[in-house]
Every structure is written in structure tokens, then in C-alpha cells.
Design a protein around this ligand. Structure first.
Ligand code: KIV
Ligand code: ZN
Length: 388
């Protein structure tokens, strides 16, 4: 039996911290409804104490979705926690997510606090949050650069005070997969009350390792992944929802973990986000980018035409895409040209297909993109020899 991973989506909170990705309340509610439809387990709707607009948006989302837990983020301060609770309290399943840094660097330079004072703040914050809701998440900010023994003490204390989820963020994307795997294992083994909470991870992508680190942590026993659509988030972004879920699905035999994500909704969800924030999805982005199921080399095209699995590890339909695309260019082969001609309704002899393949390659030397209109024009010119 495979175990369930909680998918915690923070597109509306950490994702919105991506430069240029701000959303208005109406857009946030629309996206939250799509995230609910996609099947995420938790929506982190925002940071209510950050601004009046954030507070109102979190409140509106809490009322607009019913089949998903709604979390609000707050610092480990009484005023923040109470404000967060006000914003989420009308949700069917509210969660308070409070956080405090535990690394020497952050404690000294950002908080100006001694480790003992930080422990006191964790105790007070988690106790207050758990007096307001049953579902409380505590994050040890900058966990991957924290001293392990201190981190374990902080985690144990947070669980003892009522945290039901413990999040271990790689706040600055510094961790390496093996190291992060070991950190999660260490905490699960060392913290005496670890079994009373779900362990979560939240990985940033500064070294391009957010997805790899998330998967390594899940393999080590974490059971919540904090992710964003398209991987948007602070700086280089967060682990991407579509990458993590499709890795778990595609390599199910390896991980033996499942999610509640309806993967056919991945592409529509990412397109909606892209339209809302006005930022295109990069073409090379795994799973959702324009090139993710496009094949240009003749060898690959011939393989995919014979058997898609030769060069595709998942079907385009499984992630909500229309289908495989055989791009025509100078690397394309005869099979792709023939297939495009057939799609366009031309039934040519083998000799004519060979002639057309040459014509397409010649054109590709002069022109970057070969569209169906170009192929039609070439047929008129090369085969039917009609004047312009
Ligand atoms: O990156 C981080 O540490 C965070 C926490 C607030 C969870 O976003
Ligand atoms: Zn973050």
C-alpha cells in the first residue's frame, strides 16, 4: 500500500513573493478554486498580517473553497497569530502556519535573539496557535542551516505545544539532496515525539535543487511537500508542484507514495496562473513548457511515431496537454514531415515526401520556425508547382 503525501500549495503566498507575480483578490480566489479542483490538500492563501489586502484575500479564499484546508502564514508573534486566525477562521478546515528562524545566522543577525529566547517564542507562539485551531503548522525557518541538535529541540518543543505539522524549510536553497534526506531522517529518529506530527519540507530553488531536495526528503519520511505552480516563489522560486507530483507518479514503484492531484489539471492550472500574473511559462519548463512534449530531431521523431515511450516518460494527456508535437526544423526526419503532410490532408508519393523533406530542411536553414502554413506553401511550390 502506498502512503499519501500532503500537497501544500503556497503559490498564493510564497509564489506571490516572486517579483512581478502579485495578484488581486479576485484573481487569488479564482486561482484558489482551481487549486481546489486540481486536488491540492492545503492552500496557503497568504500572510494576513502583511497588509489589509492580504488579510481580505485570505478571508475571501477561506470562504470560497470547502474541500481543501486553508492556511495563513504568520510570524511567531501574538498580534500576527491573532490576525491570521481572524482571516482563516471561517474556512471549513483552517490552519495556522507560524514560523521562526532557528539558524545561528538568522537568530543573531535577523532576530537579535539568543537560542533560549527563540525557544521561548516558539513555545508561546505554538501554544497560542493551538488554542485557536486544532491544525497548527510550525516552520523552523532556515532549518537546513540550523544546528541539528538545536533544531531537534525546537521541533520537539513545537510538537509538545500542539504543532500537528512540522515544516523543515531549505529557505535559501542551500541543501543538497543527500544531506537534506539525512536531516529529515535524523529528525524523525532523534525527536522523541516525532510520530505525533506530519513532517513537511519547503525547498527553494537557488541551486536548481528544489524538486530534488523535496523528493529526497519524501524518500526519507517527510509526508508533506510545500510547492508552487510553475515553481514561482522568492528569488529562484520554490519546488514546483507539477514536477514533484509527476515525479512521484512516473516513478511510483520507486517512491511508493501517492498524492490527491488530478494530474490532467496540471497544464490548465499552470496556464491560468501564467495568464493571471502576466508571465509566460518558459518553453523549456518540464511538464508544462511548450517544448516539454515537442520533438525536433529526426531520430526522436521516428521513435515517437513508432512508440511514444521511446522519448516520452509520461503522456501529454496525463498532464492535460493536447498531444505530442513533432517540430519541423533542420533536424527533423522524413517521418515527421510525412506525418505533418498527412495531418494537413496531402497524400503524396514516397518520392514526393523525400522531396518535401529536403525542401523543409532547406527552409529551416533560413527560417527559425516552420509552421503548417510553410509546409502548405512548400507543397504548392515543390509538388504542384503553382506560381505565387
Ligand atoms: O522559505 C521559507 O523558509 C518560508 C517559511 C516562511 C516557510 O517561506
Ligand atoms: Zn519559502
Amino acid at each position: 500500500m502506498s502512503e499519501r503525501v500532503v500537497i501544500f500549495d503556497t503559490t498564493l503566498r510564497d509564489g506571490e513573493q516572486s517579483p512581478g507575480a502579485t495578484m488581486n483578490q479576485e484573481e487569488k480566489v479564482r486561482l484558489a478554486q482551481q487549486l481546489e479542483h486540481l486536488g491540492v490538500d492545503v492552500i496557503e492563501a497568504g500572510f494576513p498580517a502583511a497588509s489589509e489586502g492580504d488579510f481580505q484575500a485570505v478571508r475571501a479564499i477561506a470562504k470560497a473553497v470547502r474541500d481543501v484546508r486553508v492556511a495563513g502564514l504568520c510570524r511567531a508573534l501574538e498580534s500576527d497569530i491573532r490576525r491570521c486566525h481572524e482571516a482563516i477562521k471561517e474556512a471549513k478546515h483552517p490552519r495556522i502556519h507560524t514560523f521562526l528562524a532557528t539558524s545561528p545566522l538568522h537568530m543573531k543577525h535577523k532576530l537579535g535573539k539568543e537560542p533560549q529566547q527563540v525557544l521561548g517564542m516558539i513555545e508561546a507562539a505554538v501554544s497560542l496557535a493551538s488554542s485557536l485551531t486544532r491544525d497548527v503548522e510550525f516552520s523552523c525557518e532556515d532549518a537546513s542551516r540550523s544546528e541539528r541538535d538545536f533544531l531537534a529541540t525546537a521541533v520537539e518543543l513545537a510538537i509538545a505545544r500542539g504543532a500537528t505539522t512540522i515544516n523543515i524549510p531549505d529557505t535559501v536553497g542551500y541543501a543538497q539532496p543527500q544531506e537534506f534526506h539525512d536531516l529529515i531522517r535524523f529528525l524523525l529518529e532523534r525527536v522523541p515525539n516525532a510520530s505525533k506530527a506530519v513532517f513537511s519540507v519547503h525547498c527553494h530553488n537557488d541551486l536548481g535543487l528544489a524538486t530534488a531536495n523535496t523528493l529526497a526528503a519524501l524518500a526519507a519520511g517527510a509526508r508533506q511537500a510545500e510547492v508552487t505552480l510553475c515553481g514561482i516563489g522568492e528569488r529562484a522560486g520554490n519546488a514546483s508542484l507539477e514536477e514533484v507530483t509527476m515525479a512521484l507518479k512516473t516513478r511510483a514503484c520507486l517512491y511508493n507514495l501517492e498524492t490527491g492531484i488530478k494530474t490532467e489539471q496540471l497544464y490548465p492550472s499552470s496556464r491560468l496562473l501564467s495568464m493571471i500574473i502576466g508571465q509566460p511559462i518558459p518553453p523549456y519548463k518540464p511538464i508544462i513548457g511548450a517544448n516539454a512534449f515537442a520533438h525536433e530531431s529526426g531520430i526522436h521523431q521516428a521513435g515517437v511515431l513508432k512508440c511514444p515511450e521511446t522519448y516520452e516518460i509520461m503522456t501529454p494527456k496525463s498532464v492535460g496537454r493536447a498531444g505530442t508535437e513533432l517540430v519541423l526544423g533542420k533536424h527533423s526526419g522524413r517521418n515527421a514531415v510525412k506525418s505533418r503532410l498527412e495531418e494537413l490532408g496531402f497524400s503524396l508519393t514516397e518520392e514526393q515526401v523525400t522531396q518535401m523533406t529536403e525542401a523543409v530542411k532547406n527552409l529551416a536553414d533560413k527560417k527559425k520556425n516552420i509552421f503548417s502554413e510553410d509546409v502548405e506553401a512548400l507543397v504548392l511550390e515543390e509538388i504542384y508547382r503553382l506560381p505565387d
